[in-house]
Design a protein around this ligand. Structure first.
Ligand SMILES: Nc1ncnc2c1ncn2[C@@H]1O[C@H](COP(=O)(O)OP(=O)(O)O)[C@@H](O)[C@H]1O
Ligand SMILES: [Mg+2]
Length: 330
């Protein structure tokens, strides 16, 4: 049975600007839950409210309204007990000892968890290898690159063996190769180990590659909460762009929308373009019939990919594409 490890109910957060007394509504009535073993992506552009949400989850910020339960414990009431179940790596904040080496940091934090000497050695070795940090094991943290520090910070968070791990923008500010490497490491961890992880990111590939489910947030609100596989299936189906040598008649246009409600039709003075997302590829013949009725000539047919990223960009621009609108309503 699915076990709800985190339950967020209607949390909100406002920030006040002292000078202007203006209020910023960073998080507006957000609700979601996370099951044990699930990897949840919090996806949204800069300023969407991801960091504020994560800070509320790990007790660094108090919500103005709503509640957060972790393993059945209310953070507002049983703060310390609830927070025992969570470790977090926040954006720009790396909980490491800068004057200790990579290995010493891992050993220190493993020791802190009350592991035996043998367990400390085994855990340290495992993480050094998993995060490709073996070569740097004797280097001081303050001499490491930003990417190495980030890898170590995540390794330390995993070491704590808490029920939930929060990673706020884990690849932010890393160069392309390190970001790719970190994604691969995280991928192997989420596939091999049953960890419950929340990863916030404004970077689509991170969520697409690592997460089971994605919550897209924009302007402090949840826009979509869906399994990533469903989102991908929905947006990467059979989409075609069909160029016509003339415009559709009003009747054809009406028929088009009634038969293919998710299609779009654009017309210029002398031609028309239909973009249609077909559930079954044979549906295209119905579309041809519709065109044939009035002898409309097809100039070209191109396969188009409406991917997750395009949809995300459209959502955060404020407009919901037809597909998303229909999807959200159903
Ligand atoms: N300490 C703060 N004081 C005032 N405004 C803040 C503070 N932290 C965040 N904000 C504002 O709240 C909104 C959400 O920010 P944040 O949660 O950091 O979003 P994200 O992590 O998605 O970029 C933004 O408009 C941001 O400018
Ligand atoms: Mg942030």
């Amino acid at each position: 049975m699915l076990e709800k490890l985190i339950e967020v109910r209607g949390i909100s957060k406002m920030y006040g600007k002292r000078k202007t007394k203006e209020k910023i509504h960073a998080v507006r009535d957000i609700s979601f839950h996370v099951n044990r073993g699930e990897v949840l992506g919090l996806l949204g552009p800069n300023g969407a409210g991801k960091t504020s949400t994560i800070k509320m989850l790990c007790g660094l910020l108090e919500p103005d309204a709503g509640s957060i339960h972790i393993n059945g414990l209310d953070i507002g009431r049983k703060r310390l007990k609830a927070l025992e179940h969570i470790s977090a790596v926040l954006e720009g904040n790396r909980n490491l000892y800068w004057r200790l080496t990579v290995r010493e940091n891992l050993e220190y934090f493993a020791g802190n968890r009350g592991y035996s000497r043998q367990q400390v050695a085994a855990q340290t070795e495992k993480l050094l290898n998993q995060f490709h940090l073996k070569e740097k094991e004797h280097q001081l943290v303050n001499e490491l690159s930003r990417g190495m520090q980030q890898k170590l910070a995540i390794a330390v968070a995993l070491l704590a063996n808490t029920d939930v791990i929060l990673l706020d923008e884990p690849t932010l500010g890393l160069d392309v190769e390190v970001s790719y490497e970190l994604r691969k490491i995280l991928k192997s961890i989420v596939t091999e180990e049953q960890r419950t992880i929340i990863i916030s990111s404004h970077d689509m590939p991170v969520v697409q590659e690592l997460c089971d489910r994605a919550i897209i947030i924009n302007k402090g609100e949840v826009v979509i909460d869906e399994k990533v596989e469903n989102l991908l299936r929905l947006f990467e189906t059979r989409a075609y762009s069909i160029k016509l040598s003339e415009k559709l008649s009003a009747e054809q246009e009406m028929k088009l929308y009634s038969r293919f409600p998710l299609s779009t039709y654009k017309a210029s003075s002398h031609e028309g373009i239909i973009e249609v997302n077909l559930e079954h590829s044979q549906d295209i013949y119905e579309l041809f019939d519709l065109l044939k009725e009035e002898g409309t000539v097809v100039e070209s047919i191109d396969r188009i990919t409406i991917d997750f990223e395009q949809v995300f960009i459209q959502i955060v621009k404020g407009g919901k594409p037809r597909e998303v609108a229909a999807f959200v309503e159903c």
